[in-house]
Design a protein around this ligand. Structure first.
Ligand SMILES: [Zn+2]
Length: 129
């Protein structure tokens, strides 16, 4: 069951339409919505994590002699999802919106307009299941 969040900056008033996080019962295998910063348009947009990320297997060395395969998730270069640590101030007192292991801070997120960490993700409610 997905939910929506509404980005709102307390400093400059920047706001976007509600962003759907996660997916529903029928489409959760192909749809996983998430808020992301579009570095080309300088806006926060809803992206589908299945479309803008890809997994890549890389060899990682361990114990000096051995190598193991490690899966690395790569993200489309134009988008930075808001679960990336550089997109928020990691204040433990601030709660987060969670979806399948991804955490979105309820406040102190990066605002693309005034470049400060004053953006809240307001609870937009549950609207699909
Ligand atoms: Zn702002």
């Amino acid at each position: 069951m997905g939910f929506t969040i509404i980005p709102l900056c307390k400093q400059c008033g920047y706001q976007t339409k509600a962003i759907a996080v996660g997916g529903g019962k029928l489409n959760h295998l192909t749809q996983c919505g998430a808020p992301a910063f579009n570095i080309e348009s300088n806006e926060i947009e809803q992206v589908n994590l299945y479309d803008c990320t890809s997994s890549e297997i890389v060899k990682q060395r361990f114990l000096y002699f051995f190598y193991r395969n490690v899966t690395v998730v790569k993200t489309d270069d134009r988008y930075i999802p808001y679960y990336e640590p550089k997109m928020f101030v990691d204040d433990k007192k601030i709660g987060s919106h969670n979806w399948s292991g991804k955490y979105y801070k309820k406040s102190k997120n990066f605002c693309p307009k005034c470049k400060s960490f004053n953006l809240d993700f307001l609870n937009g409610g549950v609207y699909f299941d």
